[in-house]
Write a protein that binds this ligand. Structure first.
Ligand code: ADP
Ligand code: MG
Length: 708
C-alpha cells in the first residue's frame, strides 16, 4: 500500500477499503459477510470465544471446551477406522489426550515425533479414544518456552467465509477499533426519554457510547466471565442485543408504514351478498369467526393494502373466513387468488368454494401442477380475461404465465409452507393501475404472541380462538410400540363401527423415498392383519392424481384405514375419521403433531389419537409427548415447542432462517420483546431521526428480506 488511507472523523460509514491491507479483492470477500463499512466491521460480532490466555491441564478438560493445552508427544500413528486418520497421543503431568487429524502430511507426522513438546489450540470432543482434539492448531515449543506467547485477551471467534481467516478478521477488526474511538457511537437506547414505561426500563445500565461494549466484546480481558459471554448474558452483549432487536422491530414497523403509503382498491362489504352466502352455509359462524371477518372487512374498506395474518387452530374454520373475505372482492368485480400448499388441499378448497360460490353465480377456477396443457391454457385465458373470479391453486400460480385481469385480494393458506419471495411474486401480479392487492395470510401454526410480536410486527393479526360448537376434543394417549397388537384391534373395532382411521408413518431423515417405503411396508402389514378392512396408502411419492384419488376414496368412505406419511398433515378434512395412530411421534415437532392430530376430531364424534412411541425416546421426547396429551390448545403446544425446539421449528420458512441476527437469538432473547416493543415505540415518537442510523447499523444486509 502506498497511499496513507484516511478515515474521516465521524467515519462509521467509511468503506472498509480505508483499512490497511484491504484492497478490492478482500473487500469483495468481506461483502459476503455483509461488511461494507467500518461500522459493519465493528458490528460483526463474535459468536464464540476461546480462552487462549492460559493453559488448561489435560486432567481437568471437559468435552466441547475451547482450550489451550501444552503437552509432550507420546506417540503418533496412522489408524484405519471409518476414515484414515493420524492420531497423536500427548501427555502432561495431569493426563493424556489424543489429537486427531484426517488430513495430514508425512512431514507433519514427522514433526509430531515422540518427545516433542507442543502447544495446541482446539475444541475438545468425545472421540473413539476418549477426549480428543480434532485438527487442533498447534505449535512446537522449545524446551524453555514455558507459557510465553499466550494471548492477552480472550480470543473472539467470528462468522467467517471462504478466503477470510479468523486471524485476518481479528487483525482488521483491531484496526477498525483504533479508528472507532472517535466515532459517534451513541447507544441510541441510552437516549430513551425518561417517560419510557417503567416496566420496560432496562435491567442494565446503558453506556453512552457503544465503543466500550464493542471494544470489550471484540477482545474480552483475561479475567472476563467466559461462561457468561458464551451464554450471551454479559451486560455489554445485552445492550447490543436490545439494540439489535429494537432496530429489527423498527424496520418491520417502517415496512408497515411504507405499505400504508401504497394504494389498493377499497372493497367495502356487500351485506346482501354476504348474508346470502351465510344463509346457505348450514351452520352459524362462531363468535371468533365473526370477529375476524369484521377485522378483515375493516381493512378491506380502506384504500391501503390489507396485510393481515389470520391464526386459527386446526379445525377452527379458516376456510369460511377466506370465502367471506373473497366475497368483498367479488362484489367489486375484482379477482381473488387462493394459494394452497398442496394439490390435495387446493382440490379440497376448490370443491368447497364451488359448493359455496356456484349457487351465487361466482366463477371458480383452479391452477395446479397436475393440469393438462389444454386445461391450463383455458384456465389462464379465463383468468386473464377476467371471467374467473376466484382462482385456487398451488405453486403453479407463481409462474409468470399467470396473468390476472384485476387481482385485488391474495389469500395464502398455511402460510408457513411458502417463502417470502413467493408471496412477493403474487403481490406483483396486482393491477398496476388500481394498486397492489390486499393480502390475507392464514396459518394453523399458533404462533406465541411474543414471537408474533417480533417476527410479524409488520403485519396485523387476528386469531380465531374458538372451535365450532359441538366439537369434542381429541383424546390423546401415549402408548409403547410393544402394544401394537392391541392398537390394531382398536382400529378394527372403530372401523367395524363405521368409523375411519389414519395410520401415520414418520421418519427421522427428510427422505420422501424412505418415508414412502416405510408407509408401504406398514400398509402391507396392516392389510394382512386386518383382512376385513380396506386399507389405503398415500405418500409423497405418488403422482398427484393418484394421491388425489386415494384421498377422494377415503373421503367417500371407501377406504377404512388410510396409511399415510406426513403428507396428510395440512388441512385435509374427513369428519368421519375418528382415530389416528402416529408411529414414532417423537420424531416430529409438536406443532406438526398438533397439525396431524387435527385431522381427527373434525366431526361430532369422540376421537382418539394414539402416539405409538419407539423404544429410544429421550427424556425431552417424553416431555414433548406428554405436552401433546395434556392439551389440545395449539398455543400452549407452540409455547412448549418453542422452549424445546426453538423458533425455527415453530415458524418454518420465513423468519429465523431469513433473519440473520448478529447477536440476538430469538429463542434465548424472546423475553426481551415486550421491552423491545416499548423502546421501538418510544424511538418512533421521540427520536424518529435515529431510526435510519439504527437500521443501517444492524440491518444493512437484512433489509431486503422483508419487503413483502
Ligand atoms: P381450518 O381452520 O383447519 O382450515 P376448516 O376451514 O377446514 O378448518 O373447517 C373445518 C370444518 O369445520 C369444516 O368442515 C367446516 O365446514 C367446518 N366449520 C367451519 N366453521 C364452522 C362453524 N362455525 N360451525 C360448524 N362447522 C364449521
Ligand atoms: Mg385449513
Amino acid at each position: 500500500m502506498t497511499s496513507t488511507k484516511q478515515v474521516s472523523k465521524n467515519g462509521i460509514l467509511t468503506s472498509v477499503t480505508a483499512l490497511k491491507g484491504v484492497g478490492a479483492q478482500l473487500a469483495k470477500k468481506l461483502e459476503k459477510l455483509g461488511i461494507y463499512t467500518l461500522q459493519d466491521m465493528l458490528f460483526h460480532l463474535p459468536r464464540q470465544y476461546a480462552d487462549r490466555t492460559r493453559v488448561t491441564p489435560i486432567g481437568s478438560l471437559q468435552p466441547n471446551q475451547s482450550v489451550v493445552i501444552e503437552a509432550e508427544v507420546r506417540g503418533t500413528d496412522v489408524v484405519f477406522g471409518k476414515r484414515r486418520s493420524l492420531i497423536c497421543r500427548v501427555q502432561d503431568n495431569t493426563g493424556t489426550l489424543s489429537l486427531r487429524f484426517y488430513h495430514f502430511s508425512n512431514a507433519q507426522r514427522a514433526t509430531l515425533a515422540t518427545g516433542a513438546r507442543i502447544r495446541c489450540y482446539g475444541e475438545t470432543r468425545r472421540g473413539a479414544s476418549g477426549l480428543e482434539l480434532y485438527h487442533p492448531e498447534y505449535q512446537l515449543l522449545s524446551s524453555n518456552a514455558a507459557h510465553s506467547g499466550l494471548e492477552e485477551t480472550l480470543t473472539p471467534i467470528y462468522p467467517i467465509t471462504e478466503g477470510i481467516t479468523q486471524n485476518r478478521l481479528r487483525t482488521l477488526i483491531k484496526q477498525a477499533l483504533t479508528h472507532a474511538k472517535d466515532f459517534d457511537f451513541r447507544g441510541y437506547l441510552a437516549l430513551l426519554p425518561a417517560d419510557t414505561p417503567e416496566e420496560s426500563a432496562p435491567a442494565i445500565s446503558l453506556p453512552n457510547s457503544l465503543f466500550e461494549p464493542l471494544a470489550y466484546l471484540h477482545a474480552p480481558p483475561k479475567n472476563a466471565d467466559l461462561a457468561q459471554l458464551l451464554a450471551g448474558e454479559h451486560p455489554y452483549q445485552q445492550v447490543l442485543i436490545m439494540e439489535e432487536l429494537t432496530a429489527y422491530q423498527l424496520n418491520l414497523l417502517r415496512l408497515r408504514e411504507q405499505r400504508q403509503q401504497q394504494a389498493a382498491v377499497p372493497l367495502a362489504v356487500d351485506k346482501a351478498l354476504e348474508d346470502q352466502f351465510i344463509q346457505a352455509l348450514g351452520f352459524t359462524l362462531t363468535n371468533a369467526q365473526q370477529r375476524v371477518v369484521e377485522d378483515i372487512s375493516q381493512d378491506l374498506r380502506l384504500s391501503i393494502p390489507m396485510m393481515r395474518l389470520l391464526q386459527g387452530d386446526v379445525g377452527s374454520g379458516k376456510t369460511v373466513v377466506a370465502a367471506l373475505a373473497a366475497l368483498h372482492a367479488i362484489a367489486h368485480q375484482q379477482q381473488v387468488v387462493i394459494m394452497a400448499p398442496t394439490e390435495i388441499l387446493a382440490e379440497q378448497h376448490r370443491l368447497n368454494f364451488e359448493k359455496w360460490f356456484s349457487p351465487l353465480g361466482i366463477c371458480v377456477g383452479s391452477l395446479t401442477g397436475k393440469q393438462k396443457v389444454k386445461e391450463r391454457r383455458e384456465q389462464l385465458a379465463a383468468l386473464e380475461q377476467g371471467v374467473t373470479q376466484v382462482v385456487i391453486g398451488t405453486h403453479a400460480l407463481f409462474q409468470d404465465s399467470v396473468v390476472f385481469n384485476r387481482l385485488a385480494l391474495v389469500i395464502i393458506d398455511e402460510q408457513h409452507r411458502f417463502g417470502v419471495h413467493q408471496r412477493l411474486s403474487l403481490r406483483n401480479k396486482g393491477n398496476k393501475h388500481t394498486g397492489i392487492p390486499h393480502q390475507l395470510i392464514m396459518t394453523a401454526t399458533p404462533i406465541p404472541r411474543t414471537l408474533a410480536m417480533s417476527a410479524y410486527a409488520d403485519l396485523d393479526y387476528s386469531v380465531i380462538d374458538e372451535l365450532p360448537k359441538g366439537r369434542i376434543p381429541v383424546e390423546t394417549v401415549i402408548i409403547s410400540q410393544q402394544k401394537r397388537p392391541e392398537i390394531i384391534q382398536r382400529i378394527d373395532y372403530a372401523c367395524q363401527q363405521g368409523r375411519q382411521a389414519y395410520w401415520v408413518c414418520t421418519l427421522i431423515e427428510n427422505s420422501e423415498a424412505l418415508e414412502a417405503q416405510a408407509a408401504e411396508e406398514a400398509a402391507t402389514l396392516l392389510a394382512s392383519t386386518l383382512p376385513n378392512l380396506t386399507v389405503g396408502l398415500v405418500h409423497g411419492r405418488l403422482k398427484p392424481p393418484e394421491k388425489e384419488q386415494v384421498m377422494a376414496q377415503f373421503k367417500a368412505g371407501e377406504i377404512d384405514l388410510l396409511v399415510a406419511t406426513t403428507v396428510i398433515e395440512v388441512g385435509v378434512d374427513v369428519p368421519n375419521a375418528s382415530l389416528m395412530i402416529i408411529e414414532n411421534p417423537e420424531r416430529l415437532g409438536l406443532a406438526q403433531l398438533h397439525q396431524l392430530r387435527g385431522r381427527v376430531g373434525r366431526g361430532s364424534i369422540a376421537s382418539h389419537c394414539v402416539l405409538l412411541y419407539g423404544d429410544k425416546v429421550s427424556l425431552n421426547g417424553k416431555e414433548r409427548l406428554k405436552a401433546m396429551r395434556s392439551t389440545s390448545d395449539g398455543f400452549k403446544i407452540a409455547e412448549v415447542d418453542l422452549q424445546l425446539r426453538g423458533p425455527g421449528e415453530v415458524l418454518g420458512t420465513r423468519q429465523t432462517g431469513d433473519i440473520d441476527f448478529a447477536l440476538a437469538d430469538l429463542r434465548r432473547d424472546l423475553y426481551l420483546m415486550p421491552k423491545v416493543n416499548a423502546y421501538a415505540q418510544a424511538i418512533i415518537t421521540h427520536f424518529p431521526e435515529h431510526i435510519a442510523p439504527l437500521s443501517e447499523r444492524w440491518l444493512g444486509k437484512n433489509t431486503h428480506y422483508a419487503q413483502a
